[in-house]
Ligand binder design. Structure first.
Ligand code: 5GP
Ligand code: MG
Ligand code: MG
Length: 180
């Protein structure tokens, strides 16, 4: 698996340092509160478990699974809810934990969904932000790294459902795409 990586963008150590920084920022923001922290499956699983343990604050944890359809209808950008949270978020402070924000469509869907349910506040923590990919207005409050417009894998992020378990974030060799 490691042989498929062209270059490492962020090492385990760099990710850990960023997680610790975000953890401190989030703890300050929610001092005295108990936010509902919602991890977006599956890409954010590793980030979610690391960030939750880096925040010295009470919190509730939940997960949501959404899927965005690309391909021929990419511009339509339909987002489908596959598995909902089971926490009632009316009047609650919600923190969405994402792996990456690219077009922003997934995030916009989540922001709209939680706003409609009457959340008191909604903030977003994303490990990676790809501003060059943005198609709709959906911004994050806590950002780990701003990434160039390249397809990245590892630390939760997949290509064809593989590479999620790489402990670092990297770019695949071009032949991996062409051989598949
Ligand atoms: P958006 O809705 O913002 O366009 O994209 C969100 C989803 O697209 C992410 O949660 C992720 O699944 C996928 N995605 C966007 N950019 C990348 C990337 O560079 N690598 C991987 N593995 N997935 C990406
Ligand atoms: Mg995601
Ligand atoms: Mg994916």
């Amino acid at each position: 698996m490691n042989n498929d990586i062209l270059k490492v963008l962020y090492s385990q150590e760099e990710i850990q340092a960023v997680v610790n920084r975000l953890g401190r920022e989030i703890a300050q923001t929610y001092a005295g509160k108990t936010p509902v922290v919602v991890g977006v499956l599956k890409g954010a699983i590793f980030f979610m478990t690391d960030i939750a343990r880096a925040v010295d604050s009470y919190m509730q944890i939940d997960f949501i699974d959404v899927s965005s359809y690309h391909g021929a209808t990419e511009s339509s950008g339909t987002v489908e809810l596959l598995q909902d949270i089971n926490t009632d978020i009316e009047g609650r402070d919600v923190l969405i934990v994402e792996d990456i924000v690219d077009t922003g469509r997934t995030l916009k869907f989540l922001l709209d969904t939680f706003a409609n349910r009457g959340a008191q506040s909604i903030k977003v923590c994303t490990l990676l932000d790809k501003p060059a990919g943005r198609a709709v207005d959906a911004e994050s409050d806590f950002v780990g790294f701003k990434v160039p417009n390249e397809f990245v894998v590892g630390y939760g992020l997949d290509y064809d459902e593989k590479y999620r378990n790489l402990p670092y974030i990297g770019v695949l060799k071009p032949e991996i795409y062409t051989n598949n």
